[in-house]
Design a protein around this ligand. Structure first.
Ligand SMILES: NC(=O)c1ccc[n+]([C@@H]2O[C@H](COP(=O)([O-])OP(=O)(O)OC[C@H]3O[C@@H](n4cnc5c(N)ncnc54)[C@H](OP(=O)(O)O)[C@@H]3O)[C@@H](O)[C@H]2O)c1
Length: 241
């Protein structure tokens, strides 16, 4: 069934690929990627083998042209019903170590890309559509060494709530999923095994989240039943408090 198209920005990454796979069961899916073409290509092969419809779009989501190109690719597959923004990334500077360059890079990746995606979604998503963005529990917990990332994700959450109000009259919902530590290559590459163990032990489920755990929360908000949920920030942390 491909009733409408879906766009997943950052759709071939750890969490993004889990979202894209699930959306491809019901939608023609455009998948945005940039630095890892091999991940995008193997995901596309998988989706096609399962009978799905997929378009890959290599574009920089921190730029206006890049975001517009991704939306163009999605609209070429049919009326745009769902947009999921999974673009993001972190580093761990102490506040004494941040520079104008590191601040700008983090804000561009985590916040500017989200604002541009919200703008295009508000312009192009069909009435009754669904928009979901990935924040991070860092926005709420403000852990040490996360100043720019936490600030950017908090900004993303605020922008999503504003947009939810601006598009509500058209039945479009805009929500945020706030994952806790999730077992992706990005987490493994940037975080020590000791810190990962500590994070895995700190939620009620006593384990790391999986990309599929987080994708489940995203898909819940993309469903028809979620039409009365908008401007919400949903924790997907396994019960982290
Ligand atoms: N894993 C966690 O523990 C965790 C926890 C809380 C929140 N999150 C959030 O969840 C989201 C996904 O994270 P992940 O763990 O799945 O890591 P990931 O695989 O590195 O996902 C990041 C995605 O962003 C894309 N991307 C990066 N720079 C881009 C750019 N300039 N233009 C377009 N796309 C770009 C990447 O695509 P390419 O690789 O092709 O460039 C990738 O698909 C992020 O927003 C992250 O902040 C993750």
């Amino acid at each position: 069934m491909t009733a409408s198209s879906a766009l997943v920005l950052g759709g071939a990454g750890g969490i993004g690929a889990a979202v894209s796979r699930r959306l491809a069961r019901t939608h023609a899916v455009a998948i945005g990627y940039l630095n890892h073409p091999e991940r995008a290509e193997s995901l596309a092969v998988e989706i096609l083998a399962d009978g799905g419809v997929v378009a890959l779009v290599k574009s920089d989501a921190t730029t206006e042209e890049g975001v517009v190109a991704a939306f163009d690719a999605a609209e070429a597959l049919g009326p745009l019903g769902v947009v999921v923004h999974c673009v993001g990334g972190w580093d761990f500077p102490r506040i004494t170590e941040i520079t104008q360059e590191t601040i700008d890079a983090s804000l561009a990746l985590n916040l500017r890309s989200a604002l541009l995606a919200l703008r295009e979604a508000a312009r192009r998503v069909a009435d009754g559509g669904r928009v979901v963005l990935l924040s991070s529990v860092a926005a709420a917990l403000a852990p040490t060494r996360h100043s720019t990332y936490a600030a950017a994700k908090a900004g993303l959450e605020a922008a999503a709530r504003v947009t939810a109000k601006e598009v509500a009259a058209r039945g479009i919902t805009v929500n945020v999923v706030r994952p806790g530590a999730t077992d992706t290559a990005m987490l493994r590459e940037t975080t020590s095994p000791r810190a990962i163990d500590a994070m895995a032990g700190s939620n009620a489920m006593r384990r790391l989240g999986t990309p599929d755990d987080v994708a489940g929360a995203v898909l819940m908000l993309c469903g028809e039943e979620a039409g009365w949920v908008t401007g919400a920030v949903v924790d997907a942390t396994g019960g982290l408090r």
